[in-house]
Design a protein around this ligand. Structure first.
Ligand SMILES: *Cc1c(COP(=O)(O)O)cnc(C)c1O
Length: 500
């Protein structure tokens, strides 16, 4: 075994990992990356099929981002944002504000510009920032006796610090920590493939496209809001992952859901906290005329190339006309190079914290590395690339290639649902596609398929029995095809007697 792998097994405790299994494994030790390719200590190479847990946008060792970090390193690596401003943090705040303020078609009532940026370290801390700001804002506008109340989505994931955990609703991740959490309410999130209100029989297409329902999931949100109001304790804020819920299992929302829900939440008087940690930085801002549909003949698969459209936005919320009151960014913010979080908010929230020094209305919150220069420099370079026409063209091409290649997977009876939102794709594996019967989690089908993919040189990490493919934006159509091919072969290896 590689000596670095040995040291890892001796000392490193990995996140979200059953270490008993890990200790029996021979871990892949990554030593180098270039573009979407990674190399391990044994010289084997891999495609980064989940963008290093959904963070990487423009590939590894990207010359433009490397150069920006090196240039900043020559000046200074880090100084504190407590009492000091710095060059890249100022420039990045300006760039972010410019990037997120667009006029939206069919804007949801109550939209305000996002003009203020609070820096933190990662997605969890950026979400905590929004949570604490909204808490203080509610108390300041409704009186110090008011206890703010929170609503978020079933299956929601917002990070692993305790505030974020309290807003999260994934049993396996969050229930053990109930004793540490504050109480928040959850409400039904759309999951068309498994929705009890969807009367459509399973078909070989993205469930959102053939669902038969009356937006009962939106009614459920309305009922939750009405109930809170009847109890005399309305909600202060509604927290959601826009477009698609990541850690829940890559669960996409049907077009129009967020617009409807955001309108009702604003009517209720609650703030909108958009957790764009995963979906932000243009991850979802490529739209296809339709989702990955079943291809019925070879002719259709070769001629049915769908052309994608890249929108001018970088937030998933904006595709639905929603300018949230808080936009929480991390993961791809630095291009996937350095830990960096940012919470964007409105002048109205900011103003509630203004007062004489002796009023002690400051936001008493922050981190040692807030506004870190290296992270901000990387983010600036990443946004430069993002806004280039080359990147936009690449993303459109990649989204189309992804949709077309994904459609080949419908041939497998183990594939229940295939979903794509922009440059996020996922395949839900099922025991029986005609009944949508799931594999039991203990069968570890997702884990085994991902191990088989790694042996074929493609890295991704399952969410239960859902296999995500989150390509970096610089993935070529050929590399995309390689990833899908590895997935198809791995399904066949792990779940044999299929794909004949
Ligand atoms: C990853 C993620 C987080 C947490 O971000 P970290 O940087 O891991 O703390 C929060 N929200 C969403 C939607 C995420 O996907």
């Amino acid at each position: 075994m590689n000596p670095l792998a040995q040291l890892d097994l001796q000392h490193v405790w990995h996140p979200f990992t059953q270490m008993q299994d890990w200790l029996k494994s021979d871990p892949i030790v990554i030593v180098r990356g270039r573009g979407i390719r990674l190399w391990d200590a044994l010289g084997r190479s891999y495609l980064d099929g989940n963008a290093s847990i959904w963070t990487n946008l423009h590939g590894h060792a990207n010359p433009q981002i490397d150069r920006a970090i090196r240039a900043q390193l020559k000046k200074v690596a880090h100084t504190s944002a407590l009492g000091l401003a710095n060059e890249p943090a100022s420039l990045l705040a300006h760039r972010l504000v410019r990037a997120v303020n667009h006029s939206l078609p069919q804007p949801v009532p109550g939209n305000q510009s996002l003009t203020k940026v609070f820096y933190s370290d990662d997605g969890s801390t950026a979400l905590e920032t929004a949570l604490k700001l909204s808490h203080e804002f509610a108390r300041r506008t409704r009186g110090p006796e008011f206890t703010p109340r929170y609503l978020s989505l079933q299956g929601g994931y917002h990070g692993d610090t305790m505030g974020a955990v309290s807003l999260g609703h994934i049993g396996t991740f969050h229930d053990n920590f109930k004793g540490l959490q504050f109480k928040s309410d959850s409400v039904m999130a759309p999951y068309c493939y498994r929705c009890p209100y969807n009367r459509a029989e399973p078909a070989r297409a993205d469930a959102r496209t053939y669902r038969q329902c009356n937006w009962e999931c939106v009614d459920e949100v309305q009922s939750a809001l009405d109930k809170a109001k009847d109890e005399g304790r309305p909600y202060s804020a509604f927290t959601f992952e826009p477009g698609i819920q990541g850690a829940a299992g890559m669960i996409p929302q049907p077009e129009g859901w967020l617009r409807r829900v955001a309108t009702r939440v604003r009517d209720h008087g609650a703030l909108l906290i958009a957790d764009e940690v995963f979906t932000g930085m243009a991850r979802t801002n490529v739209t296809l005329p339709t989702g990955p549909k079943a291809h019925t003949s070879e002719v259709e698969s070769s001629n049915g190339e769908q052309s994608a459209r890249v929108s001018p936005y970088i937030l998933a919320s904006q595709e639905e006309g929603v300018q949230p009151d808080f936009a929480v960014l991390a993961k791809g913010l630095s291009g996937g190079y350095l830990p960096l979080g940012a919470t964007l908010t409105t002048q109205a929230i900011f103003d509630a914290f203004l007062g004489d020094y002796s009023d002690f209305k400051s936001f008493f919150h922050g981190h040692s590395y807030s506004g870190n220069q290296l992270g901000c420099a990387a983010a600036l370079a990443s946004i430069d690339i993002l806004e280039s026409s080359k990147s936009r063209d690449q993303r459109a091409t990649l989204a189309s290639a992804l949709a077309n290649d994904l459609s080949t997977l419908w041939h497998s009876p183990w594939v229940g649902d295939i979903r794509q939102v922009g440059l996020i794709a996922a395949v839900e594996l099922v025991e029986n596609w005609q009944t949508r019967q799931s594999f039991p989690l203990t069968s570890q089908v997702g884990i085994r398929v991902c191990h088989a993919m790694a042996r074929r040189g493609v890295l991704t990490r399952p969410v239960g029995n859902v296999i995500p493919l989150i390509p970096p934006y610089v993935t070529s159509p050929r590399q995309m095809r390689q990833m899908i091919h590895a997935l198809a072969e791995s399904i066949e290896e792990v779940l044999p007697q299929t794909l004949t």
